[in-house]
Design a binder for this molecule. Sequence first.
Ligand code: PMV
Length: 318
Amino acid sequence: MKASAPGKIILFGEHAVVYGRPALAIPVTQVHADVEILDSSRAGIWIQAPDVNLHVELNTLPSDHPLAAVIHNFLFLFRVTPFPNLEIKISSTIPVASGLGSGAAVTVALTRALSSFLARPMPDEEVNAFAYEIEKLHHGTPSGIDNTVVTYAMPVYFVKQFSSPFGRGTRGEGIETFRVGTPFTIVIGDTGISAPTKESVGDVRKLWEADKTKWENVFDRVGKIVEEARKNIESGKWELLGELMDQNHNLLQEMTVSSPELDRLVSAARSAGALGAKLSGGGRGGNMIALVNVNLAELVAQSMLEAGAQRVIITQVS
Ligand code: PMV
């Protein structure tokens, strides 16, 4: 039994989304997490995740380890007793801690593989709610955007829900997909620096706590950029997104979540002819994105590599 889930990238609105402003994100299908489950002849639930050098029996993992949490919670939720003997193979081409949603993708693929293998069907909204609970172990206070895009594998306009008894945006509330009027191209550049989202989110919280009026105002400005970006995407005026990306990047710099490496890739992309560029995700490291005319994509990607990107992905948003 096999299941797969894509990576994701945030186009606009990271960080402010934690404070109730909207964000836009899309799946990135060029990278993915894959899980295979097989019956096992040896006792126990054996996990093989060679990418992270993990070859263990479930019970030897700490209970708050995200993989252990997915499996334990799943077996508990569906009252699977006695525990089956399983061989679980996990692999992923999504770089870890870089803003491409690797944690959420592994969780969603593993949940779906368990659901199929153990014949416990789960609709998307349940997979999403389940994955959100696991995201809390990765992130602390996640908005829920990662698990949502990865679960539905569609472009998402996301607003965190504060009052839902089921959690945030986990039952379909606050989740809207949006239409892409005319497909457009972005280049994703990875700084190769892994930066835990939990830390940058925590630092932004400290800034906000010290001066709520100032930061609420900054988040409002991000929210306006997101609304305008959505309108332009829907009406096919994608060229106008470049300027909005630049504005969003400036506000993220103000939030202290950019870094010299990210800024270098952003500048290189702009100099090579990108219409705009910004960091994407938690920041401090991880990825940035650049909006390009399709005929310039290779050139911009090359300049980003020369400016230090460890890898680049050219992807079409459609
Ligand atoms: O680093 P990523 O792509 O997982 O995204 C984090 C996005 C934040 O807005 C910074 C945090 C969140 O939970 O939405």
